[in-house]
Design a protein around this ligand. Structure first.
Ligand code: CTP
Length: 225
């Protein structure tokens, strides 16, 4: 049985006990992907950030994270056993370098304030660097329309992924998504225009399933030669 690991939703990086740096990801695409993968009979684990949504399929193994570091720990635990990783989470690229702590609250001073930020590690690139043979790694790239393909192709190579789902910035907060599936040789497939996120999930899982069966047919053919 195919084991799929999906990440979804935003990260919240604490500034102090009551404030954080977050982003507008709703987590919807990843949650729909988990339902679609589980519906196909795949053993599905979903790592979900601070999102109001949850999968409806009770077979999905759900784990919650808040920060990029929580997600790193969960990936360390769950990535080695998966066959497919779909990294749909909108992970912070920077976090407060010195958060004030869980019990502290920054006070108004009337003065200008600046917040020192430090980069977070690239989690999917780190998974790619320790991948097993046969694991399929899929990332997401949410980009301005005019930079979509160039950015997707450079992220694919830089992060060491097999596929990247390129989609325009307007996907965020929208109920639909228009996406291009990009591999090392360029676009391998695209949605027929903007489609509902639930339909997109079925479409993407179908593409990955086809790809995995082509791979295993290829492996079977080469082992009989
Ligand atoms: N990603 C990750 N770890 C991070 C940031 C992003 O694993 N710290 C993953 C996302 O889950 C996504 C892919 O990398 O699958 C692309 O995310 P994106 O934010 O578009 O890429 P960045 O590396 O942040 O590139 P840039 O800042 O140039 O947009």
């Amino acid at each position: 049985m195919t084991r799929v690991l999906i990440t979804a939703g935003p990260t919240h990086e604490p500034i102090d006990a009551v404030r954080f740096i977050g982003n507008r990801s709703s987590g919807r695409v990843g949650v729909e992907l988990a339902d679609a993968a589980s519906g196909l009979g795949w053993e599905t684990t979903l790592l979900l950030g601070p999102s109001a949504l949850e999968p409806t399929d009770s077979r999905v193994d759900l784990h919650r994270f808040r920060t990029a570091d929580d997600l790193r720990v969960l990936l360390d635990r769950h990535f080695p056993a998966c066959d497919v990783l779909i990294m749909a989470a909108a992970v912070a690229d920077y976090r407060p370098a010195r958060p004030a702590g869980e019990d502290a609250k920054l006070r108004r001073t009337g003065q200008e304030m600046s917040l020192a930020l430090e980069p977070t590690p690239d989690l999917v690139a780190s998974c790619a660097s320790r991948r097993r043979l046969g694991q399929l790694l899929v990332g997401f790239a949410l980009e301005p329309r005019d930079e979509l393909m160039a950015s997707a192709e450079s992220k694919l190579a830089r992060k060491g992924l097999d596929l990247i789902v390129a989609n325009p910035l307007k996907t965020m907060d929208a109920s639909t998504i228009e996406a291009w599936l990009v591999g090392p040789g360029g676009v391998v497939s695209q949605t027929p225009g903007p489609i509902a996120k639930a339909d997109f999930a079925g479409w993407l899982v179908g593409q990955l399933s086809e790809r995995r069966s082509r791979r295993s047919d290829g492996a079977a053919a080469s082992s009989t030669q």
